[in-house]
Design a binder for this molecule. Structure first.
Ligand SMILES: C[S@@+](CC[C@H](N)C(=O)[O-])C[C@H]1O[C@@H](n2cnc3c(N)ncnc32)[C@H](O)[C@@H]1O
Length: 206
């Protein structure tokens, strides 16, 4: 295993891959909305792809997906799942989003699902995504905005850090503001419920 693999997520990977989707209807809707933006010639990058389930579902709708995650264990499981389904247009790579380097304006779509609240440098990464996207490209996100539902969670963040987990508490409005500050325009927004992840699609203007 890589020395810099994310230990907390490595330990969780097997269990995570067996976990059922918490809200199947909301998940399906997010997939459908995302796919309404896809074209068959598109180049997609997902960061924090976990065990690859979403990339595997989207793969038949685009040209290629670079699916990345900072946990080697997550990526191992993802590779096995894609192989079992004969999916050949996903490249899985174990890499932290902090160190991922791609040419500017090289991507049509970036997916960041259940990850932005786990990044200490969220705003830096949003700007990085903006740079990687082509004009007109989209950033698809689904994010626990705990500042709206459980603001006290910020007091638990230090406990998370003790076990190698970064958790950031912010509101949906703060997240949208960070995207707009980076240059994005909010193209689509949906919150399935009070304590559910906010689904936001941000577009880089042409
Ligand atoms: C909550 S899981 C979400 C997985 C998947 N996107 C999903 O929706 O099921 C968070 C994932 O982000 C990865 N991750 C956390 N911090 C990361 C970072 N800085 N760079 C890359 N991946 C990261 C973890 O390894 C984990 O697989």
């Amino acid at each position: 295993m890589r020395k810099d693999s994310l230990i907390f997520w490595d330990l969780l990977a097997k269990r995570y891959s067996r976990q059922p989707i918490a809200d199947e209807a909301a998940y399906r809707k997010k997939l459908e909305v995302t796919q309404s933006y896809f074209r068959p010639d598109m180049e997609v990058m997902e960061f924090g792809c976990g065990t690859g389930s979403t990339a595997i579902i989207h793969a038949p709708h685009v040209r290629h997906i670079l699916a990345t995650d900072g946990s080697e264990k997550m990526i191992e499981i993802a590779r096995d799942k894609a192989k079992a389904k004969y999916i050949e247009n996903i490249t899985f790579e174990c890499i932290n989003i902090d160190t991922l380097v791609l040419p500017p304006e090289s991507l049509d779509v970036v997916l960041g699902l259940s990850i932005l609240h786990l990044l200490a440098n969220r705003d830096e990464i949003i700007k990085k995504v903006y740079t990687m996207l082509k004009p007109g490209g989209i950033f698809v996100t689904s994010t626990a905005c705990m500042g709206d539902t459980m603001p006290y969670a910020k007091y638990l963040a230090p406990i998370g850090r003790l076990i190698g987990l970064t958790v950031r508490v912010f509101t949906q409005a703060e997240l949208k503001n960070a995207m707009e500050q980076a240059g994005f325009a909010i193209d689509y927004e949906w919150s399935p419920g009070l304590d559910k992840a906010a689904f936001i699609i941000a577009k880089k203007p042409r």
